[in-house]
Design a protein around this ligand. Structure first.
Ligand SMILES: NC(=O)c1ccc[n+]([C@@H]2O[C@H](COP(=O)([O-])OP(=O)(O)OC[C@H]3O[C@@H](n4cnc5c(N)ncnc54)[C@H](OP(=O)(O)O)[C@@H]3O)[C@@H](O)[C@H]2O)c1
Length: 291
């Protein structure tokens, strides 16, 4: 039995679908059923029911985007920095191994030679190092908190996308925003992310941090090119002149744009599709929704 926290969310729904498809018994804990932010209550439940593994897909992301985190700082801090410690302590007390959905948004840019950040690079888009968003700062604190716990996976997700049109899907966002920011990013196909992260546990790869992004990186203009090539949208895409114009006119807080290295995960034998190939594949099987 696997326990899932935050299964009702965007990322958690991908885990629910995966576990159901693989017929792996699981229980989605909702805050409204079990106050899993309460350490004593969670420890008690885990000790009693002893799940084989727990996935934490709960956290505070801000709606419609990370700008909202600047206005809801205590929820953001609680969801992304305090909750991971609560879950880690409860899992350690109950002897339950687990995995945490972290984020690649604790990095900005690329290594000086243009290559992607590895798991041994210190995050550089945090409260300690840079003018980060409040969201990124709290996600980096969440990772710091977990560093002292040995039996946990930290899976770094970045800018999730898949073939289903939705306000949370990166490909949909690019098609809906009036203007776009050109940037190079490593990104994660959501269903591949869920499968790869679960595979870490299924294959008992060593605990620790993994960049779970599709190999390579892709620019906004390249994604737009693929949207046009596949005919999913025929709109004329407009771009901001530069990041300064984006910050002045459209955003309240800086965005993390970064390149990640996913070789550590690939070296375990768990592989994701090359990023351009994954984006084109999902656009070719695009499922449009009315919204
Ligand atoms: N979406 C992204 O672009 C993205 C990218 C990288 C990383 N992540 C990480 O992935 C995790 C899940 O993100 P998501 O996009 O799936 O978020 P989401 O759709 O908002 O879902 C998060 C879920 O977490 C639970 N939760 C627990 N404490 C919460 C709190 N204080 N505030 C809000 N929700 C809380 C809620 O489930 P119940 O109330 O049912 O328990 C909620 O459904 C987060 O840790 C996020 O940082 C997301």
């Amino acid at each position: 039995m696997i326990y899932l926290l935050g299964g009702s969310g965007f990322v958690g729904s991908a885990y629910q679908a995966l576990l159901a498809r693989k017929q792996i018994p699981f229980r989605n804990l909702r805050r409204s059923d079990v106050d899993y932010a309460n350490q004593a209550a969670l420890t008690d439940l885990l000790r009693r029911e002893k799940p084989a593994f727990l996935i934490n897909a709960a956290g505070y992301t801000g709606k419609p985007n990370v700008d909202a985190c600047e206005l809801h700082k205590s929820e953001c801090l609680m969801g992304n920095a305090v909750l991971p410690d609560t879950v880690a302590t409860a899992c350690a007390d109950a002897g339950v191994p687990w995995g945490h959905v972290s984020s690649g948004c604790i990095f900005s840019g690329a290594r000086p030679d243009g290559s992607g950040f590895t798991e041994s690079d210190p995050p550089n888009f945090t409260f300690r190092t840079n003018h980060c968003s409040f969201y990124s700062g709290t996600k980096a604190l969440g990772e710091e908190v977990l560093a002292r716990f040995p039996h946990v996976y930290l899976w770094r997700l970045r800018i999730p996308f898949n073939q289903v049109d939705s306000p949370r899907n990166y490909l949909s966002k690019l098609m809906r925003y009036p203007r776009l920011l050109e940037a190079a990013n490593s990104i994660s196909q959501l269903d591949e992310f869920a499968a790869a992260s679960l595979a870490c546990w299924e294959q008992r790869v060593p605990f620790g941090t993994y960049n779970v992004t599709n190999p390579g990186h892709i620019t906004t203009r390249e994604v737009v090119g693929l949207i046009q090539k596949t005919g999913v949208s025929t709109k004329k895409f407009e771009f901001f002149r530069d990041e300064a114009e984006f910050m002045r006119t459209a955003a309240k807080t800086p965005r993390s744009n970064c390149v990640m290295d996913s070789n550590k995960l690939a070296a375990t034998g768990i592989k994701l599709t090359e990023v351009h190939e994954a984006v084109e594949r999902d656009l070719r099987r695009w499922q449009k929704t009315a919204s």
